[in-house]
Design a protein around this ligand. Structure first.
Ligand code: ATP
Ligand code: MG
Length: 251
């Protein structure tokens, strides 16, 4: 069994998306999208508003089921599993519209995620505090989520995802609306997380951020993947400039 598993891990991509399609009434929100992510990569997904980026994330993490196509993690088919089971297998995500439990404190919100791997109260609290330290929120641990600034809410969203101890972290515009120094701090945080071995897939509008990571960029337009490659090449491709920069809006 060990040999078979080892062989599969060596030959199968870490995360693979094949021909996923999502239709809403008459609209094809995600149109036959395929790509792979290798363990340890940082991959950015860009595209104009309404391109289908968040819908694609929802197909990957289980908030929505695709009409067709496959999503695999370590070779195992996961596209029929609900979000909690995908989290158990190693997917953690943030939401573009943050969903903290606003009556709970920062540490309680983080513990909700930490319970997945640390079922005891003390153990989950300890783990949650370590994560808050990592993201720079430890001094706000006992503040209610409703009292946080925008930048702190974004970091809480990241804490909740990290608390699941994901193998693959999916970030949906976590830096939107932040000021330049907060963006710089966030880039440093994701670099540190990446250095610990975390694989990251991020939806990002800020080209400075995309360039800062720059490993690989996927461009969506009208639901379809129109380009994929390294940031420098992709961001100077005329079709991408037309689709993306030409219609760019904030956040
Ligand atoms: N639940 C839904 N029902 C119907 N249409 C939807 C639903 N969710 C998204 N859409 C539509 O699907 C398309 C893609 O939306 P999506 O939110 O995935 O875009 P996006 O690339 O994340 O945009 P943004 O950059 O503004 O966040 C849009 O036309 C949107 O209106
Ligand atoms: Mg979106």
């Amino acid at each position: 069994m060990a040999a078979a598993l080892e062989k599969r891990l060596m030959t199968e991509p870490f995360f693979s998306v094949r021909n996923v399609v999502k239709r809403f009434a008459g609209l094809v929100a995600v149109d036959n999208v395929s790509f792979d992510v290798s363990r340890g990569e940082i991959v950015s997904i860009i595209g104009p508003n309404g391109a289908g980026k968040t819908t694609l994330f929802n197909l990957l993490t289980g908030q929505l089921a695709p009409n067709s196509g496959e999503v695999r993690l370590n070779g195992a088919l996961i596209n029929n599993l609900p979000p909690d089971q995908r989290a158990k297998l190693g997917l953690g995500r943030t939401f573009q519209i943050a969903k903290p439990l606003i009556a709970l404190t920062v540490i309680e919100n983080t513990m909700m995620g930490a319970f997945l791997r640390y079922p005891g109260l003390r153990a989950s609290e300890k783990r949650a505090l370590a994560i808050l330290e990592q993201v720079g929120l430890a001094d706000r641990a006992n503040v209610r989520a409703s009292e946080l600034t925008l930048s702190e809410r974004r970091r809480l969203e990241v804490s909740r995802a990290l608390a699941l101890e994901p193998q693959l972290l999916l970030l949906d515009k976590v830096m939107a609306g932040l000021n330049p120094s907060e963006v710089t701090e966030s880039i440093a945080l994701f670099r540190r997380l990446h250095d610990t071995g975390l694989t990251i897939l991020l939806i990002e509008h800020n080209l400075k951020v995309v360039r800062a990571f720059s490993e690989r960029v996927i461009v969506l337009d009208h639901g379809a993947k129109i380009a994929e490659g390294d940031a420098t090449t992709i961001l100077s491709t005329p079709a991408v400039v037309t689709a993306y920069v030409g219609t760019r809006k904030r956040a």
